[in-house]
Ligand binder design. Structure first.
Ligand code: SAH
Length: 481
């Protein structure tokens, strides 16, 4: 018995509209929490807020003071509604609220009664305020929690600066109408205005650059300016992307990504975005850094919005420095969006307090692949002084790393944790000591990205689910099983 939606199920019982309220009087009747909540909502607007409350509670007084409204300590009388644009009955008393609504109706003023949908003339949506842009969500009273949930997602999606962008657009509107006569071309101009470098500059707190870019866009309409974002994709879990990264993935024309960035993250990009993999994978030609730089410059020079998606954080062992230098040399606007670097993800998974009072007060991000591989890495000295050391790209050089640290005088009993595929579904942990670390180099079954953490602080980790770093000899394993 399939239930088919009735045609009427798809129609709304309400009509969404935005009420002009600037400088107009909005009356809230009530003295407690409900009234305070309405005042806080109205405080998002330019309404002239008047509260009728013979006895106002502190929360309400506080809300009204913040909103810059007035409280009349009087019993409600219909005369209070004279000239009001909207009325909220929020007394918490059924009889009082009903009387307020009746009085409003008699004067032709729309009324809302808190928690009494049956007598409301209008509902109040969950609001996302990016003035002058506003989004209001309603479930027509059916699921207020759902509406709030949707609101939270929209809040996250819309940059704070959306309103500034709208205002900047407003300041260009007359000029655009004058300079661009074709409607199609105007639309194209606005599309670029709202999603390209203009918006990017505003979101990075550079209003002057945004205005300059908008002017440039207007002057040189045929040659679009591209933009490159170096975006940290985090350690591989989709929900460890930043909201900004997620939004930019939705806006990019081109996504240039490494092999280390999981497909699921790349897939979060706009469906019709071009994807260019520049990953180094076994048995495949890997794209050189110079070629990657060229790709970025080329795509942006064609006016495309490029997201260069890098594992973890772009500025940690990500060769972002070289890409930024190339973009700078080519005069291409760019920004960096930070991401959760592998060390932080690995520490979170294993609950390693990377810094710990009295145990570790320094944290080192190091690489096993330093250029002059034979010298003692500079961080050896820091490790000796008790720093926690996170070693990137260390698995295939574990023997050398361990040898150098032992030579430097670090104790063989210093705890070591190894996290493979941190923050991903196939994450694995290995625990041991510095003396065990060389064993890692021979464990070819550990072939995902691997982070090594060395230091006394590792001793405070939660490694209950870990395997030993040094494999148990086969005989003993059999006995144990
Ligand atoms: N920019 C990246 C690091 C790139 S270098 C970041 O900030 O995380 C590549 C090295 O990072 C790998 O060899 C490995 O040591 C480490 N790595 C990256 N992702 C990892 C993950 N999910 N788990 C463990 N280590 C990871």
């Amino acid at each position: 018995m399939a239930r088919h939606a009735q045609a009427s199920d798809r129609k709304l019982a309400v009509f969404p509209a935005f009420h002009k309220i600037e400088g107009r009087r909005v009356v809230v009747v009530g003295g407690g929490d409900e009234a305070a909540a309405k005042v806080r909502l109205l405080a998002e607007t330019l309404a002239d807020i008047v509260v009728i409350a013979p006895q106002a509670e502190d929360v309400l007084r506080d809300a009204v003071a913040r909103a810059g409204g007035t409280i009349l300590a009087e019993a409600f009388a219909p005369a209070h509604l004279d000239g009001a644009a909207l009325v909220f009955a929020a007394s918490g008393e059924e009889a009082e609220d009903t009387a307020v609504v009746a009085a409003a109706r008699a004067l032709g003023i729309p009324a809302n009664a808190v928690d009494r949908p049956e007598i409301c003339d209008f509902y109040v949506g969950a609001l996302v305020n990016r003035a002058p842009v506003a989004v209001a969500i309603t479930s027509t009273g059916v699921g207020p929690v759902l509406a709030r949930h949707i609101r939270a997602r929209i809040e996250a999606m819309l940059p704070r600066e959306t309103g500034d962008l709208a205002r900047l657009a407003e300041s260009f509107r007359d000029t655009v109408v004058r300079v661009i006569s074709s409607g199609v071309e105007r639309r194209r101009f606005w599309a670029r205005f709202f999603s390209g470098p203009v918006a990017a500059h505003l979101q990075s707190g550079r209003p002057d650059a945004a205005r300059g870019e908008a002017q440039r866009l207007l002057n040189t309409r045929n040659e679009e300016a591209g933009f490159v974002w170096l975006v940290g994709a985090g350690p591989g879990a989709e929900d460890l992307l930043t909201l900004r990264a997620q939004r930019l993935l939705q806006e990019a024309d081109v996504i240039v990504h490494d092999a280390l960035v999981p497909e699921a993250v790349v897939a979060m990009g706009r469906r019709d975005a071009e994807r260019i993999s520049v990953g180094k994978r076994k048995g495949r030609h890997s794209v050189s850094q110079a070629e990657i730089n060229e790709i970025l410059v080329r795509e942006a020079s064609h006016g495309r919005r490029v997201v260069r998606l890098k594992a973890g954080d772009p500025l940690v062992f990500g060769r972002a420095g070289e890409e930024i230098a190339a973009l700078r040399a080519a005069g291409i606007a760019h920004d960096v969006v930070p991401g959760v670097t592998a060390a932080l993800a690995a520490a979170a998974s294993t609950r390693i307090p990377l810094t710990l009072r009295g145990v570790a007060s320094d944290l080192v991000f190091a690489t096993g692949h330093d250029r002059d591989g034979e010298t003692l890495p500079g961080w050896g000295a820091l490790a000796l002084q008790g720093a926690t050391v996170a070693v990137y790209m260390g698995r295939t050089v574990a023997v050398r790393v361990a040898a150098r640290l032992l030579e430097a005088g670090l104790s063989p009993t210093i705890p070591v944790a190894v996290v493979e595929n941190a923050a991903q579904r196939n994450e694995r942990f290995f625990a041991g000591t510095l003396a065990d670390l060389p064993a890692l180099e021979d464990r070819h079954e550990i072939d995902g990205p691997t982070l090594i953490i060395i230091g006394e602080a590792v001793g405070h980790a939660d490694l209950a689910n870990s395997q030993p770093l040094r494999v148990v000899p086969a005989e003993r394993a059999v006995v144990a099983a």
